[in-house]
Design a protein around this ligand. Structure first.
Ligand code: SF4
Ligand code: SF4
Length: 131
């Protein structure tokens, strides 16, 4: 009984994922940005142009390349040639929190970029819940 109680308390209260490591300031996340419109990822220059016409803020991004899934990746124009952010003190909340531990993103198979200095892992092993 005590074990089950502990198991359920763990399920309800314990954080599911933890972030470790640190930023290597490679700038990769600022040039591998995925944009979406109504939940659909932008996959072509034409879609990007439509999005940019609707929302002027998207002028701040420039297309770089497609990833293996066919999604178009963008570079933020605030990134300088030394991988530094020109708008560091005024960067968005999204940038400040990156890489955020977003459970939905993780459960959908989302991963960090190759060579990112951070890691996101389950905070406990399955067997720890049973101990
Ligand atoms: S990809 Fe990771 S290590 Fe590189 S700048 Fe972004 S957060 Fe830092
Ligand atoms: S505002 Fe700065 S931190 Fe945010 S994506 Fe652009 S370059 Fe990167």
């Amino acid at each position: 009984m005590k074990k089950w109680l502990k198991y359920f308390l763990n399920r309800i209260t314990a954080p599911k994922y933890k972030r470790s490591g640190q930023c290597k300031q490679c700038g990769e996340c600022c040039r591998s940005i995925v944009l979406s419109d109504n939940g659909k990822e932008v996959t072509s220059i034409e879609e990007f142009e439509l999005l940019r016409d609707k929302y002027k803020k998207y002028n701040h991004f420039e297309p770089v390349k497609h990833n293996e899934q066919g999604t178009l990746l963008f570079k933020c124009k605030s990134l300088d040639d030394n991988n530094r952010c020109r708008d560091y003190f005024f960067r968005s909340l999204y940038c400040r929190r990156y890489p955020d531990i977003d459970k939905k993103f993780i459960l959908a198979g989302g991963v960090l970029l190759d060579n990112c200095g951070y890691k996101i892992e389950p905070s406990k092993k399955f067997s720890d819940y049973l101990d």
